[in-house]
Design a protein. Sequence first.
Length: 440
Amino acid sequence: MTPAPLLPPGPQTRFWQPLAYVRSPYRFFRAIHARYGDPFTVRTVALTAMTAHPEGIRQIFTAPADTYHVKLPPSQRRVLGRHGLSGLDGEAHRRTRKLISPSFHGESLRGLGGMIHATAVESLAAWQPGSVWEARDAMRDIGLDVILRTLFGVEDRARLAPFRAAVLEFAGAFGNPAFLISALLGIEHDAWPPNRRLDTARHQLAALLRENIAERRATGTARADILSRLMEARYDDGTGFDDAALVDNLITNLVAGHETSALSLTWAFAWLGRHPEVAERLQREIDSLGRDDDIAAIQALPYLDAVVKECLRLYPAVPEVVRMLAKPLELRGYEIPAGMNVAACSAVLHMDPAFYPEPERFRPERFLERPPSGFEFIPFGGGDRVCLGNHFGVFEVKIVLAVLLTRGRFELLDRGPVRVARRGFLMGPDRVRVRFEPRR
Ligand code: HEM
């Protein structure tokens, strides 16, 4: 009989761990790391060997692609579909990513700046002076409108309403706690109400997207949005995405992209309201531009860049980046067997005083004094599956913040200790109420 492999140390309890993980992954990972060292083994959704050390993270992110495979659980397939990037692995993933990636980077991204700017300006114009809003809701509305314009290409006012309703219903269905709990428990029946609500919502959204695609195929209208770019993209053999792949990739990006950016913006309000000295320095830098529609100038502001990174560092929306092993992997002296998961733990790495002195403090200056390496700062994951929207997300957050701070004044009403809450699959700040006054 072959001996069981020696895994990194970790607690032995079976039931307490998933519960503690679901309640607060930050507290859970930090406590276990402090007790057992690095790497460590935990039982979250599955048995997982984790590291928060840059060397271990390098080993995970630079391993050959065939070290890992993707097995989307049925609940995730229900949300993302069968033909989107997240469900692919190996060569199929590499090929598809190569085809999609240019639409989210470089020239294509620069072309989207005007749409994001217009979305932020229109949202702000609708707010009443003195109104109080929950930052998460307001930022989510902006995030959804950004998606509708940049990804789906919906600009026509008359068509916005049904699209917005379909996206909101779909986002509500996959973020519904009842759906998340049933997904964790493996309840997959089509007739189960949370599953049925999700299927119906996805079906309606997909129908609108297919209609939009068919119209473009018929009229051949070329536009600056991402859907147009995806429709024009070609593999080396001259073929492109069929409708099913277009729809699933648009929906994948909607799921992966709308709430993550909105949570980063919400964190910005939570932190700036508690740190007036940072808010003043940022305001001076943004005001120095004199206008808020010079997209290239906004992107080049060093302090704005540092503020956005510090918001991404403290409580990363995805506290651990997981890979499923198809082959054994050497992780800091341990051989982790195929079938297990490995994970890079940003929740612990981003709090390591060796890289981030006084890690609990919100201090954007740290990114100007000592920019971290790619294995010391991982809010977007890394390696072959690094977030497809890493540039898009930061680009969007910077434009929206620049517009809001140029045109508005914001007073944070909830100034107590920072509290973090689960937001579906993600983590984000709890209760960030803000009072708005126009500046000009
Ligand atoms: C601040 C905003 C965002 C954060 C913090 C974030 C974070 C992440 C993380 C941690 C991953 C997993 C990466 C890995 O496994 O190594 C990921 C994957 C992904 N993200 Fe993002 N994301 C953000 C914005 C976006 C946006 C705006 C989009 C698209 C519009 C997007 C699309 C995706 C996609 C498609 C994947 C899967 C990539 C693949 O499997 O190849 N994300 N994101």
